[in-house]
Ligand binder design. Structure first.
Ligand code: NAG
Ligand code: NAG
Ligand code: NAG
Length: 293
């Protein structure tokens, strides 16, 4: 994996919970062939599930790791996505590229855990950097992820203290400064509703931070010692040696953040070091996998 890490600008890995999933129950006749394959594959499990987002990440991943496809069933196409089955350094993995955005992240992850016998998911890819102490090429394995895109868009005379976590007052960003009023008012950051197998039925819990599993975070801590290479080849190098940091915070939204003021707002308000468009969705699914029994 270390070679991949060095190739991607600010590669972003999220390691989330371990869990057990029962294989999916038999499906209608036209899916029987897949079902047979899946049963066969799952007998050879459990697998570690790997999820990336876009083709650039996939290419870097497949180019850099020694991925050995399963000789009999190297892949399975489900719902328009290719799930690749194989081994990396002798470890059994199922890999999928989910596609951009939270719906794709959630759908592909849900399908992976429904169909395959996986013991956990590693989600990785490129993220935007929100933290001035991090640079291009650094790797963050966050301990907490939030969906920072669940907004209450409020009038300038907003009634505060309803139940939002934080507010972005658009008027604070007027140029010239003026009186700080702006008809766009304020944006309130709301919670996700987490349904859980251990919670009360139809009584979701409000959650803002989704946590990486402690056990996997401990494993990830060992990676901090890993040497990341600075150069792709003799002529393409990062200005300084990249580092791997475990335990920061991350934000996800349907927003590609390429705006300095908003970047600073996210860092100052939530203490997030990175921003991406899928990871909180992947993490939400892992917290509450739909398990068919
Ligand atoms: C994650 O951890 C924080 C603080 O430790 C806690 O407040 C929060 O409820 C946890 N999130 C979930 C979904 O359990
Ligand atoms: C170095 O790698 C980059 C990116 O893959 C490539 O464009 C470039 O041609 C390479 N340079 C050399 C000297 O191999
Ligand atoms: C920003 O990144 C550095 C590591 O490069 C870390 O020590 C620091 O805690 C991060 N800031 C926050 C708010 O997490």
């Amino acid at each position: 994996m270390d070679h991949t890490l060095s190739l991607l600008p600010f590669l972003f890995i999220i390691i989330i919970s371990s869990f057990h999933v029962l294989p999916v129950s038999p499906t209608p006749s036209h899916k029987l062939k897949s079902a047979t394959t899946i049963r066969k594959l799952n007998r050879g499990g459990p697998y570690i599930g790997l999820v990336t987002v876009i083709a650039t990440e996939e290419n870097a991943f497949l180019r850099s790791v020694d991925f050995r496809p399963d000789p009999t069933h190297p892949f399975l196409d489900l719902s328009g996505r290719r799930f690749r089955i194989g081994k990396i350094h002798g470890k059994k993995v199922v890999y999928v590229r989910c596609g951009r955005g939270m719906v794709n992240g959630a759908a592909a992850t849900q399908q992976m855990i429904d169909v395959f016998n996986v013991k956990g998911i590693v989600h990785f890819g490129i993220a935007g950097n929100m933290n001035n102490s991090m640079s291009i090429g650094d790797v963050s394995i966050p301990k907490q992820i939030t969906n920072a895109g669940l907004w209450d868009w409020l009038n300038p005379d907003k009634v505060k203290g309803v139940e939002d976590i934080a507010y972005l007052d658009v008027g604070n960003y007027n140029v010239p400064k003026g009186d700080g009023d702006n008809e766009l008012g304020s944006i309130g950051y709301n919670y996700e509703q987490l349904y859980s197998v251990t919670g009360h039925i139809n009584a979701p819990q409000n959650v803002f931070w989704i946590n990486t599993t402690q056990e996997w975070l401990h494993l990830a801590a060992d990676l901090e010692k890993m040497e990341l290479s600075q150069c792709v080849n003799a002529s393409l190098c990062l200005p300084k040696k990249p580092k791997l940091v475990v335990g920061l915070k991350a934000a996800t939204a349907y927003i590609f953040v390429d705006n300095a003021a908003y970047r600073n707002f996210l860092y100052d308000t939530f203490g997030v070091s990175s921003s991406d468009m899928e990871s909180s969705a992947v993490a939400m699914v892992i917290l509450n996998p739909l398990i068919f029994t």
